[in-house]
Design a protein around this ligand. Structure first.
Ligand SMILES: [Zn+2]
Length: 269
C-alpha cells in the first residue's frame, strides 16, 4: 500500500463525511416535518423565533451554525444545536460505516448500511420527541432490506431464509405484547420497526438488536423515571441503537454473548 492509496482513501472519507453531513441536514427536515405530515421537499426553513426565511448561504451543514455562533442572522435568537448535532452525527456514522464496511471493497454494502443508520437517526429523534415512528421510515428500511437481499443473497453469512425469519422472530412476540398491553408496553411502530429491521439483519442479528435495545432501554427508562417527571417512555430510540449496533457488530456481539453465558460450550457438546 503506497502513499497514493492513502491519499485516495483519505479523499473518499472526506467526501463520505461531507455527503453524510448533507444527508444529515435532510434528516433534520424529516425529524421535524414527518410528524406534522408536511412536505419534505418544499424549501421553507425559517427561524423558529422571528419566522425569517433562512438564507441559502446560511444552510451549509455544520459550518453555518458555527459561523453564526448558533444565532439567527436577523433576530439573534438562539438556534437549537440539535440540527448541527444531527448533521454531525450522521456524517460521523457514515464515516464509521465506510471504515467498518470497507467502502472500497463493498461500496453497495456501505451505502445500504449507511442509509439504515440515517433512517435509525430519524427514528431515534422523532420517537424521542413525539413517541411516534413514521411508517415512511419503516417502509424505507424495508425497501433497503429487500435491495440488500436481492444484491447479496447468501453473501455476508446471512441466508434469505434467515432474513425472512428475522422479519417475524422479534416483531411477532412484540405484536402480542402490544395487543395484550393495549399499546402501553409497546407501540405498533416498534413492532413494524423490528419487522423491517429483522428483514435487513436476519435472525441472529435481530435477536442481538432486541437484546441491546432491552438493556439500554431499561437503563434509560430507570434514569428517566428518577431524574425527570416525564411519564411517557419511547422504546424506539433504544431499539434503533440496538439495530445499529447489530448491523455493524452483530456477529461479534452474538459470539461474546455465547462465550459469556457458556452457551458456546454447551452447544458444542
Ligand atoms: Zn430569527
Amino acid at each position: 500500500m503506497g502513499t497514493q492509496y492513502y491519499v485516495y482513501i483519505g479523499v473518499i472519507y472526506v467526501f463520505v463525511f461531507l455527503f453524510g453531513a448533507c444527508v444529515g441536514s435532510f434528516l433534520n427536515v424529516c425529524i421535524y416535518r414527518l410528524p406534522k405530515e408536511e412536505s419534505l421537499i418544499k424549501r421553507n426553513s425559517h427561524c423558529m423565533t422571528c419566522g425569517e426565511p433562512i438564507k441559502r448561504r446560511d444552510l451549509i451543514p455544520i459550518i453555518s451554525w458555527c459561523i453564526l455562533r448558533g444565532k439567527c442572522r436577523s433576530c439573534g435568537a438562539r438556534i437549537s444545536p440539535r440540527y448541527t448535532v444531527v448533521e454531525l452525527l450522521n456524517a460521523l456514522c457514515w464515516l464509521f460505516v465506510a471504515w467498518r464496511m470497507d467502502v472500497l471493497l463493498n461500496p453497495a454494502k456501505f451505502l445500504l448500511t449507511a442509509l439504515l443508520f440515517s433512517a435509525l437517526i430519524v427514528v431515534f429523534f422523532m420517537d424521542w420527541d413525539t413517541q411516534l415512528i413514521s411508517n415512511y421510515v419503516v417502509i424505507f428500511i424495508a425497501v433497503i432490506a429487500v435491495v440488500q437481499i436481492i444484491l447479496f443473497h447468501g453473501e455476508y453469512d446471512v441466508t434469505i431464509k434467515s432474513h425472512i425469519i428475522g422479519a417475524f422472530a422479534v416483531s411477532l412476540p412484540l405484536l402480542i405484547i402490544e395487543l395484550a398491553s393495549k399499546g402501553r408496553a409497546m407501540g405498533r411502530g416498534d413492532v413494524y420497526l423490528m419487522a423491517a429491521a429483522g428483514l435487513f439483519l436476519g435472525l441472529q442479528n435481530i435477536l442481538v438488536a432486541l437484546f441491546i435495545g432491552l438493556i439500554t432501554g431499561s437503563i434509560a427508562g430507570l434514569i428517566i423515571k428518577y431524574r425527570t417527571e416525564k411519564s411517557v417512555f419511547a422504546f424506539g430510540p433504544w431499539l434503533s441503537l440496538g439495530i445499529a449496533a447489530a448491523a455493524v457488530y452483530g456477529n461479534e456481539l452474538a459470539e461474546l454473548y455465547m462465550k459469556f453465558t457458556g452457551l458456546d460450550e454447551i452447544l458444542a457438546g
